[in-house]
Structures are given as C-alpha cells and as structure tokens.
Write a protein that binds this ligand. Structure first.
Ligand code: ADP
Ligand code: MG
Length: 142
C-alpha cells in the first residue's frame, strides 16, 4: 500500500516574494513530488495574519511575526501528493535555517529564524483548517 494522498497549506513568505524567489521555491516542491493544486498571491491584512497565527499568540515573537507576514505579498498555495504534510515539512527544512538540512528551502533561502521563506502545515488537521482559511473548494483543482 502506498502513502496516502494528502493536501497541505504552503505560504511563500514576504522575505521570499521580495527577493523574487517564488519560482525557485516552487521548483523544490515540484521536484519533491508535490503538485501545486491551488495558488494565489495576496497581501495579508493585520487581522488575517493575527487569526492565521492565533496558535502562537502567547509566544514572545507573535507581534514581530505578524508584522513580518504583512510586510509584503505572500503566495498561499495548496500542495497535494503522497504524505503531503510531512513531505512538505521535509522539503522546507527546520524552522531555524541554521539547523536546516542541506538542499532544503530554508537552508538555501531563509534569511533568519523569523524570515524563513515558507510556512507549512504541521498536521493533517491543521492543513484542513489552514486550507479552508484561504481557499474555497472550487479554487483547488487537481
Ligand atoms: P514552523 O514555521 O517551522 O512550523 P513555528 O510554527 O514554531 O515554526 O513558528 C511559526 C513561525 O514563527 C516560524 O516559521 C517563524 O517565522 C516564526 N518563529 C518561530 N520561532 C521564532 C523565534 N524564536 N523567533 C522569531 N520568529 C520565530
Ligand atoms: Mg508551525
């Protein structure tokens, strides 16, 4: 039995859109076996960013994180493939680029632990919640 097909939410963060790295980052997903089945470029509002990162609201970096996420455009996207949640986290690399494996997005492109180029859902439940946060079902086409 093969790995289950899943969907996960990816966000290309403002540090990466500012440096015009959208295509290079998306090549990592596609080369890693994930398919981009939904995608849009957005300017997040303060309210949207606070709501999206609500789970981190007690963390000391919350205010800075929200400020960073509204500092420029993001690309929100739905990735689909076998074990997509875990596969995406592997392609992204560790939160802190200093700890990220060679060849990962964060190792190659992240500027810092905060400006780390990409977001990826951390569980299938959160993936569903995060996909619904940004996408209507009609906007996802496999
Ligand atoms: P991940 O994005 O790897 O799932 P977390 O969910 O723990 O990491 O954190 C969410 C985001 O908050 C990170 O991607 C990063 O942008 C920011 N962040 C996490 N830890 C720190 C920190 N210690 N200082 C500043 N920003 C942080
Ligand atoms: Mg996280």
């Amino acid at each position: 039995m093969g790995a289950a097909k899943e969907r996960t939410l990816s966000i290309i963060k403002p540090d990466a859109t500012r440096r015009n790295l959208t295509g290079k980052i998306n090549s990592k997903f596609e080369d890693g076996g994930l398919k981009i089945v939904g995608q849009k470029r957005l300017q997040l509002t303060q309210t949207q960013a606070e709501k999206f990162y609500e789970v981190h609201k007690e963390r000391p970096f919350f205010g800075d994180l929200v400020k960073f996420m509204v500092s420029g455009p993001v690309v929100v996207q739905v990735l689909e493939g076998p074990d997509a949640v875990a596969a995406n986290r592997k392609i992204m690399g560790a939160t802190n680029p200093a700890n990220a494996d060679a060849g990962t997005i964060r190792k190659e492109f992240a500027e810092s632990i905060e400006a780390n180029s990409v977001h990826g859902s951390d569980s299938l439940d959160n993936a569903k919640r995060e996909i619904n946060f940004f996408f209507a079902e009609t906007e996802i086409v496999a």
